[in-house]
Each structure stands twice: as structure tokens, then as C-alpha cells.
Design a protein around this ligand. Structure first.
Ligand SMILES: Nc1ncnc2c1ncn2[C@@H]1O[C@H](COP(=O)(O)OP(=O)(O)OP(=O)(O)O)[C@@H](O)[C@H]1O
Length: 269
């Protein structure tokens, strides 16, 4: 395994994942080499079936690679997950319906007390109410999930992830079920939180525009078998705003990222 450097959070070396069901074999990922730096916002971008979620699940320790090595903060993903150093933000908010938003967002502090007492974790739990305020839910702390819109529920889910205090956050298409206007707002809110709380974020999306707006680097992937085509640096200054999206440079960068994807597909045929 490649040694993790002081500034690297995640090292993936020759990572592959093959699923076998009966006589059928699916090579979901092959030959993935990637180093993710501490504090980086990195996005996995590609079409359906290129292995984005598989890769995220491997980093989370929810699944195990068939080949290669993964190091998260110098240990296996499962060990990092056991230390509560990884927060997972799912596609749908997955809040507990019988708890109000404040209690939902605070839940991890209650659940993870044992890991905190062991002293092994590097996570620093944060006040859930502070983060709910930051993400614009100050007036809804006592509301239950069913009383909120889909966008508000997803905000609460993101707040819960940040309140957990894990240094690494894995986000699997967290905005995909939301309408375009809500997505636009939440993208910027997420960037503000990331900037203030200094997390490493690995984010999965189908949207080239979302990938370019949010990321320091975009990992462009292609399917059959799932692999990395190219890693694209996104150098636009931060903080980023909607004015950036209108600029010719931004539009050109989105086109460049899409072009890498299309050329990968043409190469497959
Ligand atoms: N548990 C599993 N058993 C068998 N095949 C699987 C399993 N999980 C994923 N696959 C296959 O692995 C490939 C990659 O799937 P994965 O969900 O990682 O892709 P994705 O890029 O996240 O797709 P999407 O954007 O649609 O979520 C697909 O061909 C999928 O059918």
C-alpha cells in the first residue's frame, strides 16, 4: 500500500471491485489509483453504472474491494469508520420521523459517545443547533421531518452529518431528489459549511455543472468496467457564487469535463 502522507486523507491503489451473482460477473471498478488530500472537495462524476457509489461505499468501509488497497487516515476504511471518522450523507434524508429536527441532528453525539470515550476518534462533535442555524433551519428546530419540505429535510440531513464532527464526509448524490432551485441554494450552503468547518468531502454527482461549481478536483469516470478516465483540476477562486456560473470560463470548464466523458464513451464503441 502506498504510504499515506501527512496531508493525504485517502489513498487508493489499484482498487477493483467485482460482483458475482450466480454465473454472472460484473466488474464494477478496476485499477482505481487516487490520492485525496486533507480538506479537499473532490467529486466523482460519471454516468449511471460507472461505479461512483461502489467507490464511495468502499471508502466508507461499507463494502470491501476485490483487488488493491484503500487507506483512510492511515488505516483501513472499516477501522476509520469504527473510529467514527467518516460521516455518510445519503441521497434521501433518512431522518427519524418521530424526532424533531434538533434531536435528529444531535443524534450522532448520543450514538457515538462510546467511540468518543475510547479516545481513538479524531472527530470533533459540533453543536447541532449552531449548524442548523448556519444552514437556515433556525426557525424549524422543533419541527418533525414530515412538517418540512424535501429541501429542508435534506438540509437537516447535511447538518446532522456536519454535527457529527467526522473529518471525512462522503456524500452520495445528496441533491439529486431536489428541484433545481433548491439544489442551487443548497450547493452554495454546502460550500459555506465546508469552508467554515474544514472537512474533506468526497461527493458523487451526475451533474457536470454541480461538480465544477463545488470541487477542487473532478474525477471523471466511465463504465464497463468502472474506472477513472481523468482527474480535472478546478482552479476557480473561492468563495464561489452564482456569478461564476455565468462566466465563459466556467461554461468552458463544464464543457471540458463533459467532453472527457463523451470521448470515453466513443472510445468504448
Ligand atoms: N451489490 C451489487 N451486486 C451486483 N452488481 C452490483 C452491485 N452493486 C453495484 N453493482 C453493479 O456495479 C456497477 C456499478 O454500480 P454503481 O452503483 O457503483 O454505479 P454508479 O455509477 O453509482 O451508478 P448510479 O449513478 O446509477 O448510482 C453497475 O453495473 C451495478 O449494476
Amino acid at each position: 500500500m502506498a504510504p499515506a502522507t501527512a496531508t493525504s486523507t485517502i489513498e487508493l491503489t489499484g482498487v477493483g471491485r467485482t460482483y458475482t451473482r450466480g454465473k454472472k460477473t460484473v466488474q464494477a471498478l478496476t485499477g482505481v489509483d487516487l490520492t485525496i488530500r486533507q480538506g479537499e472537495f473532490i467529486t466523482l462524476f460519471g454516468p449511471s453504472g460507472c461505479g461512483k457509489s461502489t467507490l464511495l461505499r468502499l471508502i466508507a468501509g461499507l463494502d470491501t474491494q476485490t483487488t488493491g488497497d484503500i487507506s483512510v487516515f492511515g488505516t483501513t476504511p472499516k477501522q476509520a469508520s469504527g473510529r467514527k471518522d467518516i460521516a455518510w450523507i445519503p441521497q434521501s434524508s433518512a431522518l427519524l420521523p418521530w424526532l424533531d429536527i434538533k434531536r435528529n441532528a444531535s443524534l450522532s453525539s448520543v450514538i457515538n459517545k462510546r467511540a468518543d470515550r475510547s479516545g481513538a476518534t479524531t472527530r470533533k462533535p459540533e453543536d447541532a443547533v449552531d449548524i442548523l442555524n448556519e444552514i437556515g433551519l433556525a426557525d424549524f428546530l422543533e419541527s418533525r421531518p414530515e412538517q418540512l419540505s424535501g429541501g429542508m429535510r435534506q438540509r437537516a440531513s447535511i447538518a446532522r452529518g456536519f454535527a457529527q464532527g467526522a473529518p471525512l464526509m462522503l456524500m452520495d448524490e445528496p441533491f439529486s431528489a431536489l428541484d433545481e432551485l433548491t439544489r442551487d441554494t443548497l450547493r452554495l450552503r454546502l460550500l459555506e459549511l465546508w469552508d467554515r468547518h474544514k472537512k474533506t468531502i468526497v461527493f458523487v454527482t451526475h451533474s457536470a455543472q454541480e461538480a465544477v461549481l463545488l470541487s477542487d478536483r473532478v474525477v471523471v469516470m466511465s463504465p464497463r468496467p468502472g474506472r477513472i478516465r481523468q482527474v480535472v483540476d478546478i482552479d476557480f477562486p473561492r468563495p464561489r457564487s452564482w456569478e461564476l456560473v455565468e462566466t465563459p470560463e466556467f461554461v468552458a470548464k463544464v464543457a471540458e469535463v463533459k467532453q472527457i466523458l463523451w470521448s470515453a464513451w466513443e472510445g468504448d464503441e
